[in-house]
Design a protein around this ligand. Structure first.
Ligand SMILES: [Mg+2]
Length: 117
């Protein structure tokens, strides 16, 4: 069993033990993903690029907690929608590889729909 499968089953059990399933609609879980992503982003707000690359241990632990929150809600959302995350990721990465050929986008942060400099 994959790590994602283990997380999915643990989340199902956690929600079932608390009778929280009625709250876990796709809408609510998508909103929870956004909320937790906001908490993650807030940890980096106002930091310099260099500061963001060298977080103090306590801040790094907070970031790890928020990453976990985002991941858990994403897994729960995918579970509710019947989305297989590894398959979805593989498909999106294949499309991104076509959209962003390495030879054309190496060292560039431009979007695929922006003209080259
Ligand atoms: Mg959080």
């Amino acid at each position: 069993m994959s790590d994602l499968q283990k997380i999915k089953l643990a989340l199902r059990r956690f929600a079932r033990e608390r009778e929280w399933e009625p709250f876990h609609s796709p809408k609510n879980l998508a909103m929870a993903v956004a909320g937790e992503a906001g908490e993650l982003v807030a940890l980096f707000q106002w930091l310099t690029e260099a500061e963001s690359r060298a977080l103090p241990p306590a801040r790094l632990a907070q970031a790890a907690d928020e990453i976990a929150d985002v991941q858990m809600y994403l897994v729960a959302l995918a579970d509710q929608l019947g989305v297989d995350i590894p398959s979805a990721v593989a498909g999106k990465m294949a499309r991104n590889a076509l959209r962003y050929p390495a030879a054309e986008f190496r060292g560039s942060a431009r979007r695929h729909d922006e003209p080259p400099d």
